[in-house]
Write a protein that binds this ligand. Structure first.
Ligand code: PFF
Length: 486
């Protein structure tokens, strides 16, 4: 906890910590470096990049990407998602990491540090609060779906789906969702795994987890893609993912693509700020984030190539919604040689990927509580876990007891959380972050944090952050809002 009392309340003292060298370039003062070391982050740059990657790769790449692509017409959705990812989400994630590497604290404290040094109002800290709140909401339904993954790994291993018909697999999923007790059991188990990982701390918990999780994900996914190419209809999958058909694509699809770009890159929940705060000094922030985005996209496409050939080879409807993965995969694997083994591997992949992301969702709020309440990590983890567990329970009920309760005419509670976070809160937090870093933070400070990047890179990034990202998010939000109320 040493060093966590930073930043100072007095802006003058804070400003003193920014030094200028002989060329009048801003550099870190020895005092700042001392404070940073006290925050206790990762020692290696690779761990930082792996941590950002493991926060990015998760259910979003495997479960959400596949069903959204299915619902929104395939290739046009993929193209708009890629545009949103690289033109909007990447610049904003770089901005988040800049706040983190500069402020070296939880999202709220890091933002306070930045406001003090730029002589701005501390009201900007609301970004940190909103980000953590959004993360908490996402985590509550995220743990529910990850729990399904855990359950299905068990079902596959026990051979429940051997030679089952599509109807039987569909009914099995229906029965599974109908039992709140079963769902609660699996959600609690997954939440417990997350609690253990987060309680172990930044180095031994997160640092170690990411070194194990990412190689595991890559090996499992590689095996599954080869399997799907050999056993599925790869042509139909390619056609679906990479050829333009505008039938199911609408204006709302653009908003969904934007929300998914934020979701998949873990932008807007304070994870970038928190992991940036743990990063070692002098990292090339911009290049690292771009590399993470490319890696994340490759994983999504690989996951699509692992899922859709199997979906098409078995005549399953790609637009069936959130259940897609939990019906198509068990059915398909249940009907092929060695399918049990590969099916189990598939759901193991889902769980490992989800764990890295769940940890990233929980860590920012844990940091906020630790810094503001000054309580030990384990206490804060328990408080957050209790909240997530309760909210997760409400999500679970929306699949059975509250099945007929609909908010805004269409959505159950689970969908409300998904839509509220991905389509509204993530874009909103991201918009505020873009405006804060792009328009208000002192440009010398920002440049100093990105000093490893070329001038052209910095210029391009700042242009995207100041003009492209806010206007695109604004237009998409307003357009979707107007459609919603019309
Ligand atoms: N990026 C994760 C996924 O694609 O599943 C979801 C996520 C993780 C969102 C961590 C936000 C976050 F902080």
């Amino acid at each position: 906890m040493k060093g966590e009392s930073f930043p100072f309340r007095c802006p003058c003292a804070a400003t003193l910590l920014l030094h200028y060298n002989h060329d009048n370039k801003p550099v870190l003062s020895p005092l700042t470096l001392l404070a940073r070391n006290g925050f206790g982050g990762w020692k290696s740059r690779t761990t930082f990049v792996l941590a950002l990657s493991s926060s990015a790769v998760g259910l979003g790449n495997i479960w959400r990407f596949s069903y959204l692509t299915g619902e929104h017409g395939g290739a046009p959705f993929v193209i708009s998602y890629l545009l949103c990812l690289f033109l909007i989400a990447v610049p904003i994630l770089i901005a988040e990491v800049v706040i983190g590497t500069h402020g070296r604290g939880s999202p709220t404290v890091a933002i306070r540090w930045a406001t003090d040094r730029s002589l701005l109002s501390r009201n900007w800290m609301v970004i940190g609060v909103l980000a953590c709140f959004t993360g908490l909401l996402i985590l509550s339904y995220y743990t529910v779906v990850a729990g399904w993954g855990l359950a299905y790994a068990g079902f596959m291993a026990s051979g429940v789906f051997a030679a089952a018909s599509a109807l039987t697999v569909g009914e099995h999923f229906g029965d599974f969702l109908a039992s709140p007790r079963t769902l609660m059991y699996w959600q609690s188990l997954f939440l417990l795994m997350t609690v253990v990982a987060v309680s172990m701390g930044v180095r031994r918990g997160l640092g170690l987890l990411v070194w194990i999780a990412l190689p595991t994900i890559m090996v499992l996914l590689g095996v599954l893609v080869v399997f799907a190419v050999e056993n599925g209809d790869i042509k139909a999958a390619q056609e679906f993912l990479f050829s333009v058909k505008l039938m199911d694509f609408s204006a709302r699809s653009v908003l969904v693509a934007l929300g998914h770009a934020f979701f998949t890159l873990s932008v807007g929940v304070g994870a970038g700020i928190t992991y940036g705060a743990y990063a070692p000094d002098r990292i090339p922030v911009g290049r690292s984030v771009v590399a993470v985005a490319v890696f994340d996209t490759l994983i999504s496409i690989a996951a699509g190539l692992a899922i859709f050939p199997i979906v098409f080879a078995n005549n399953i409807e790609p637009s069936m919604g959130p259940g897609l993965m939990f019906v198509s995969i068990p059915y398909a694997f249940g009907n092929i040689m060695q399918g049990e083994l590969f099916g189990t591997l598939f759901f193991a992949l889902v769980v490992v990927a989800a764990l890295g992301s769940a940890v990233a969702l929980m860590e920012p709020i844990i940091r906020v509580l630790m810094q503001h309440l000054r309580r030990p990590r384990f206490f804060c983890v328990l408080v957050v876990a209790a909240f997530v567990w309760l909210l997760g329970f409400a999500c679970i009920l929306s699949f059975n007891i509250w099945q007929d309760e609909h908010w805004f005419g269409t959505w159950n509670f689970f969908e409300v959380l998904d839509v509220l976070t991905a389509d509204l809160l993530l874009p909103l937090v991201s918009l505020l972050t873009a405006v804060f870093v792009g328009w208000f933070m002192r440009v010398e400070i920002v440049r100093m944090e990105l000093y490893r990047e070329a001038r052209l890179f910095f210029w391009l990034w700042r242009f995207l952050l100041r003009y492209v990202a806010p206007s695109a998010i604004g237009v998409i939000l307003v357009a979707a809002g107007l459609r919603f109320y019309s």
